[in-house]
Design a protein around this ligand. Structure first.
Ligand SMILES: C[S@@+](CC[C@H](N)C(=O)[O-])C[C@H]1O[C@@H](n2cnc3c(N)ncnc32)[C@H](O)[C@@H]1O
Length: 336
């Protein structure tokens, strides 16, 4: 009988890596900003090309361990900062000409299996969900926010159809005992009437809480704006998203930067003001079949990118107004 070789699942698999490298073309050298360093999958690949430099950011201080190892090897070409990417434009870039800014949103496998972070109901830990540099935890939110606020969070950040029922039940249960991860999962499982056979009952509420605790909506919007500012002419902004809310924001932002907001449809195209960015490809880029086979968790990844056409620093966008309803929900955290 021939033995079946089951390949070891990689501990960390940088999503859409090949596609990103082919878009940013590090073989021509230049400085790149890896806004979501994680386990350094993208940074290390870029640094393989001799004339490159990488400035890497991650809000999780645990990323620093990996960054230190890379720093030792590439001391004059690699710099790591334990910062949120919304602060990207406040970092001193010493006149670096930035060729690429890359975002790989969400969390890494290393983070999800860390029980201290409590990101997953599969690795039962504290009800925390903080990726780093946070103001409050999921436990504080679940145990202290008004139930109508919890309902909004579950509904808008998790697209949870039974948000109201779950929030109400949390309100009742927390009067008896503080809610922890286990209790939250139990409440969701007992409360939900409809079951989705494809995903765990708790998935949507967990996603919603993670977005809320880490202020992922305003982080993303501010990060995108900062990223587009620091890029030089011909620089590329690349974003990998993992859920529809993120992708909606990126898609809208790219559209507003690259399309003329028609002043008048009677005005000839030539008289319309120039846009500062161009979309090289309108269609979203998805993982290949090979990648999906090797790393199932890449299945929800979507890649979009945009190219800067000039050296302007000011970005005109109405993205804050467009997503104000979501930012208002994030701001409910100010009550804690
Ligand atoms: C999907 S992982 C990135 C993996 C990375 N591309 C690699 O190949 O190793 C996402 C990372 O982004 C970080 N992150 C998420 N939101 C952030 C933010 N607002 N600012 C900085 N880092 C953030 C997380 O802590 C996590 O380490």
């Amino acid at each position: 009988m021939s033995a079946i070789i089951v390949p070891d699942l990689p501990r960390h698999y940088p999503v859409l890596l090949k596609e990103i490298i082919s878009i940013i073309s590090p073989q021509y050298g230049g400085t790149f900003i890896d806004c979501t360093f994680g386990q350094g999958g993208y940074s290390q690949e870029i640094l393989k090309y001799q004339d490159t430099k990488v400035i890497a950011l991650d809000r999780d201080k645990d990323s620093k361990k990996k960054a230190d190892i890379i720093s030792e090897k590439f001391s004059n070409r690699f710099l790591f900062k334990n910062k949120k990417f919304s602060e990207l434009d406040k970092i001193k870039l010493k006149n670096e000409s930035i060729r690429g800014v890359i975002f790989d949103l969400g969390y890494s496998y290393t983070q999800i299996k860390d029980p201290k972070k409590g990101l997953s109901f599969n690795f039962m830990g504290d009800l925390n969900m903080c990726l780093g540099i946070n103001n409050f935890s999921a436990k504080e939110a679940v145990n202290n926010l008004e139930t109508k606020d919890l309902e909004k969070i579950f509904k808008f950040f998790g697209e949870e159809k039974e948000a109201k029922r779950i929030a109400k039940k949390i309100g009742k249960e927390r009067q008896k005992k503080e809610i922890n991860t286990q209790k939250l999962v139990e409440i969701i499982e007992k409360t939900k009437r409809k079951r989705d056979r494809k995903i765990n009952s708790a998935t949507k509420v967990f996603q919603a809480l993670r977005i809320f605790v880490n202020k992922e909506i305003s982080e993303l919007i501010n990060g995108l704006i900062a990223g587009t500012k620091v890029l030089k002419k011909d620089g590329i902004l690349v974003v990998v998203t993992f859920h529809s809310l993120e992708d909606k924001i990126v898609k809208y932002f790219f559209k507003t930067l690259s399309e003329h907001k028609s002043i008048s449809r009677y005005l000839p195209k030539l008289d319309q003001p120039e846009t500062s960015f161009k979309l090289a490809q309108k269609k979203v880029i998805l993982p290949s079949r090979k990648e999906l086979n090797e790393n199932l968790s890449s299945r929800s990844a979507k890649l979009r990118y945009i190219i800067k056409k000039d050296n302007s620093y000011q970005i005109k966008t109405d993205i804050f107004e467009k997503f104000d309803h979501l930012i208002q929900i994030e701001n409910l955290g100010d009550k804690l």
